[in-house]
Write a protein of this length. Structure first.
Length: 642
């Protein structure tokens, strides 16, 4: 089946297979040719006929949001807070004009066919430059360009320091709203917002005048800048991932950190000061950049397969940095070879993750502070002394037993109430030494209980009804009605559950007395099923996503109403705040019907593997689809079987 060729799940050995592309974008991705190669972030999205149904549902949500009138409520609320009548009239007139200008642009047409967004650090300060290019619906460019220019002219009316002017760059008229319009075009300044139209392409640029010269130079073939899509780094990244059908994102992390380092050094130069202090700051900056500069790039492609959206991600680690402490704290972890061992069949949400080696990370940060931060040795000594004063030794009391891999499970609530409408949860953390872990956790619980009793508060610890020894239930009078968490250690796991019953369900799966998530039909049909070890895996039933958001909003509104009702009317400040909060809550409640329209999702699943310097993540978002949809085929396993 088609899905099995697009996403072959996880092969034994830890790499999700991908149909690679020979470094070239599909022909429908056209605007990347006009993005300079020194951009560190590049996003390209195109119209995809396969997303038509999903796009229609999303448009319906935005239409409902617009119809709710919440924007008008917010404007009315802001105006009501202005006491001066003349000032209120001026603000209202400005907001009306702004709304008219913004609504003049047909934003849906502007984005309809293709658009790109890119960011780079320019040659000057503050340095950030943004590039937005759009190829909209046929015949829409002229009207949208006219309205965008009107928005710029509206900006020019905000004050004398902003001037709107036009100039010609590589044969194209460019309109700019600038804070310093008299600067030379080749200067690092002014920082401006510019718009232009070349045939059916509209560009919106933020940055220096050099941004327009680079972009329009690429469009005309007369500039000196090179395109990002023709760069060797981009093409190498593209060759590692599935061909995009809907969108592509390229994040050149190494390039960004290099530019940030240069930028920060310029800031130090501009600021001036004592040369010795500057040298210390530079050493610290170089150390931080050196520590965090381990990723080469990340690339993400998106495609559709029926009513599934497939998102493929590759993050490449710089080869020389593979053995660095910061990288090893993430990659030298124990992957999950039996991800479903503790996950019951009726789980509505679960995730397993190798997380991070806290001990390595802790030591790395301490070394950084000690060796590179001014007065670093004194700071680390004070930190260690403070820990000793409270009787805590990280190595003895945490790292000696904590491993840190995590399993999270959400199960249907045993007794549904407004406080647990989202279900009941269990969190499991892998430990190195179960006996030591149990000793340390129980000692911590006893310490907290005695501390609270000394302050006149009751924290009751009682044996929990769990099918394993040593589990304790925690009861506090203020939380007793909502939650009585249970904690204990079983085998190689520290387990914390909202209830003992939830923990028992997980332990029953591990004991072979109950079916695992592998027996869940929705997971088998819509989730990613690994055929080998994984560093992270997750699945969530999102079929009630909109309803749950609406319920959460209703609960928040109820709490807010209770809060405002309790505000005393005889206190001037409270009396002033109360009607504002009440109007705000009433307005936010209008979002309930909007959120309920987010009911077109079915599930979401991700899987992450690491092989060498490549971290690969596959994500599948499944939509409910039109009622006429046929049943989905089962998710493929590594060898193509179901």
């Amino acid at each position: 089946m088609r899905f099995t060729t697009k996403l072959t799940a996880v092969i034994a050995g830890g790499l999700i297979s991908a149909t690679t592309l020979a470094g070239e974008l599909p022909k429908q991705f056209t605007l990347g040719r006009f993005v300079p190669d020194n951009a560190w972030l590049f996003i390209n999205t195109v119209q995809n006929p396969e997303r038509e149904w999903v796009d229609a549902q999303t448009a319906d949500v935005f239409d409902a949001l617009k119809a709710s009138g919440i924007d008008r409520d917010m404007i009315s609320l802001v105006l009501s807070m202005i006491q001066d009548d003349e000032q209120r009239t001026e603000v209202e007139a400005s907001l009306d004009k702004l709304s008219s200008l913004v609504n003049g642009v047909d934003w849906q047409d502007l984005f309809s066919r293709e658009y790109v967004f890119a960011e780079r650090i320019g040659n000057g300060l503050p340095g950030y430059e943004y590039i937005f290019l759009a190829r909209g619906a046929d015949g829409s460019a002229e009207s949208n360009m006219r309205h965008l220019v009107e928005i710029l002219q509206g900006l020019g009316e905000l004050g004398d320091e902003i001037e709107v002017a036009s100039r010609t760059v590589h044969g194209v008229k460019v309109w700019s709203a600038s804070a310093d319009a008299e600067s030379d075009e080749d200067s690092k300044y002014p920082i401006s917002v510019s718009v232009f139209r070349k045939n059916d392409i509209i560009g919106v640029l933020m940055g220096t005048h050099g941004t327009a010269k680079d972009v329009l130079g690429l469009m005309s073939g007369r500039g000196t800048a090179k395109s990002i899509v023709s760069s060797a780094r981009f093409q190498a990244a593209l060759a590692e991932i599935n061909a995009p059908e809907t969108s592509l994102m390229f994040f050149d992390v190494k390039h960004l950190l290099k530019d940030v380092s240069v930028l920060m050094n310029k800031v130090i130069e501009v600021k001036g000061g004592d040369p010795e202090d500057e040298a210390k700051i530079r050493r610290l900056l170089n150390a931080v950049v050196g520590l965090t500069d381990f990723l080469d790039y990340t690339i993400v492609s998106t495609e559709m397969d029926g009513r599934r959206e497939l998102i493929h991600t590759v993050a490449r680690i710089q080869e020389p940095k593979l053995e660095s402490p910061i990288v090893q704290s993430f990659v030298s972890r124990r992957p999950f070879d039996r991800f479903d061992r503790y996950i019951p069949a009726d789980a509505t949400d679960f995730s397993v993750s190798t997380f991070v080696d806290l001990e390595k990370l802790y030591d790395t940060v301490l070394d950084l502070v000690r060796d590179h931060v001014p007065s670093g040795p004194e700071l680390t000594d004070k930190w260690k002394a403070w820990l000793a004063s409270v009787g805590f030794d990280p190595q003895r009391d945490l790292f000696a037993w904590w491993s840190g891999e995590i399993i999270k499970v959400t199960l249907p609530a045993e007794m549904v109430s407004p406080m647990n409408a989202g279900g009941t949860g269990v969190i499991m953390i892998r430990v190195k030494d179960s006996a030591l872990a149990a000793s340390k956790v129980n000692a911590a619980l006893d310490f907290v209980s005695l501390l609270m009793q000394a302050k006149g508060q009751m924290l009751v610890l009682t044996p929990a009804k769990v099918d394993a020894e040593g589990f304790r239930e925690i009861t506090h009078p203020m939380l007793a009605m909502a939650s009585r968490p249970v904690i204990g250690v079983k085998d190689e796991w520290l387990i914390v559950g909202a209830t003992g019953g939830a923990i028992n369900k997980c332990l029953a799966v591990a004991a072979g007395k109950a079916p695992s998530i592998m027996e869940n039909p929705q997971f088998r049909n819509e989730g990613i099923i690994p055929a080998g070890p994984v560093y992270a895996l997750s699945f969530a039933d999102t079929s009630d996503f909109g309803q749950e958001l609406a319920k959460g909003l209703g609960m928040a509104g109820m709490i807010a109403q209770m809060f405002t009702a309790g505000l005393p009317d005889d206190k001037p400040e409270a009396a002033k705040i109360k009607p504002v909060v009440q109007r705000l809550v009433a307005s936010m409640m209008k979002l309930g019907p909007v959120l309920r329209k987010l009911d077109f999702y079915s599930s979401e699943s991700t899987a992450t593997t690491i092989k060498g310097s490549v971290v690969r993540t596959e994500r599948v978002v499944t939509f409910k689809g039109p009622p006429t949809d046929e049943a989905l085929p089962a998710t493929a396993t590594a060898d193509g079987t179901k």
